[in-house]
Design a protein. Structure first.
Length: 408
């Protein structure tokens, strides 16, 4: 860990920095046109990258772990309380296809990047297995492959840093794409149009300010929203933990059991599932609830700050700059394949963006992007579709890692 002015154990200050900067990002986005075009999410992320890379705040802390482990799970049900279930089932089919096509881009990018750099980066067979699994699934797959291939600790750490920096950079790119005329002319944009139509009635305000206009909300609404969300989080995580222990998984277990463990033993997928069940059986309860979307979005902005913090440029330069080149090639090819294939199957621009994001950053970051852009009907579907990567990621990472190891 590099030197920082604010120490990792100064938790109250770190929480303050995260909360204040997230709040500033939202204010700027809703106050100024230039910030609205950039988006508050990017402002939050870039600010965090600057603070961590200038040594103002540390790159690791239990505070950041708490955001991942508590704030993000709490935000997910809050943001799902207002979704349209009929639209979710109708739109998930195309998203599954786009996600799988994007996964092909990850595999192609890993193969090309490996052959280009295998003579220059040690243990690249192991690293390639880890990254390919992670860029289809998520951090869980990365950890599983690191343990499976017994990758040296220092190279695991260096890969994590390269991955974090690349993910942050790609997130910024994906956030900017919807504003580019090149893409707007070549793809349909129903979710973007929906947001723009909904906010066209009010002039003189930024798009974000018009979308997040003041709404009626009571103390009871806040209590019910947060209380219900946290109850779902507790039930989901406990239930998923039980299934994870009861249902065996691993190399020596059948494919069916591994799939079943991946479906029932994943806390985020269980959380999404239980939330959908609650929405289905108690629609009137959630229809009367106000403020859940605003509270959930604010919590996600805390997450935007945190995902930029580990992107340490000095550590990359110091440890393994070629690793950044390695992951850059994979992400670039994933992006090219995702958009080209998406165009062929007539996918919407928003669907392609969140599908690619779910590959590279996992379903949580993809949902966060959809939230930031106001594409609320994509939040539920991408959380469901993105968890498919958790199931298939380890298999693809294992196959590629074993193949590459025979070539070195």
């Amino acid at each position: 860990m590099i030197f920082s002015i604010i120490k990792a154990d100064d938790t109250i200050t770190l929480w303050g920095i995260i909360i204040v900067w997230a709040s500033v990002s939202i204010y700027l986005e809703q106050r100024f046109q230039w910030a609205s075009k950039i988006s508050g999410a990017i402002i939050a992320l870039i600010g965090a990258i600057i603070m961590s890379n200038t040594g103002f705040i540390p790159t690791e802390s239990t505070v950041y772990d708490a955001v991942w482990g508590i704030i993000v799970p709490l935000a997910i049900p809050l943001l799902l309380f207002q979704v349209n279930l009929r639209k979710i089932w109708r739109e998930s089919g195309k998203l599954v296809l786009l996600f799988l096509l994007s996964s092909i881009g990850t595999v192609a990018g890993t193969i090309i990047s490996f052959f280009l750099l295998r003579d220059h980066i040690p243990f690249l067979d192991k690293i390639a297995g880890m990254i390919s699994a992670s860029y289809i699934g998520g951090g869980v797959n990365f950890a599983a492959m690191a343990a499976k291939f017994d990758t040296p600790g220092e190279w695991v750490s260096a890969t994590v840093v390269a991955d974090n920096l690349m993910m942050a950079a790609y997130f910024v790119v994906l956030m900017m794409i919807p504003a580019l005329t090149f893409f707007r002319k070549r793809f349909t944009t129903p979710h973007i149009n929906q947001v723009e139509i909904a906010t066209d009635a009010e002039n003189g305000k930024t798009l974000s300010e018009r979308f997040w206009k003041r709404k009626e909300m009571s103390l009871k609404d806040i209590a019910l929203s947060v209380g219900t969300a946290y109850l779902l989080v507790i039930l989901s995580f406990k239930l998923a933990g039980v299934f994870d222990k009861v249902i065996p998984s691993g190399e020596n277990v059948s494919f069916l059991l591994n799939v079943l463990n991946g479906l029932l033993g994943d806390a985020f997928l269980m959380l999404t599932t239980l939330t959908f069940i609650a929405l289905f059986f108690f629609p009137k309860y959630f229809d009367k609830m106000r403020g859940s979307q605003e509270i959930g979005t604010y919590l996600i902005y805390l997450f935007f700050v945190v995902i930029g913090i580990p992107a340490s440029i000095p550590l990359i330069i110091q440890n393994a700059p070629l690793l950044l080149v390695f992951v850059f090639i994979i992400v670039l090819i994933n992006m090219l394949v995702s958009f080209a294939a998406g165009k062929l199957v007539k996918g919407n621009l928003e669907d392609i963006i969140v599908a690619s994001n779910a590959n590279i950053g996992g379903p949580t970051t993809a949902a966060a992007l959809a939230i930031a852009k106001g594409w609320k009907d994509l939040v539920g579907p991408i959380l469901v579709v993105g968890t498919l990567g958790y199931i298939i990621g380890n298999y693809i990472g294992t196959i590629l890692g074993m193949w590459f190891s025979g070539l070195l």
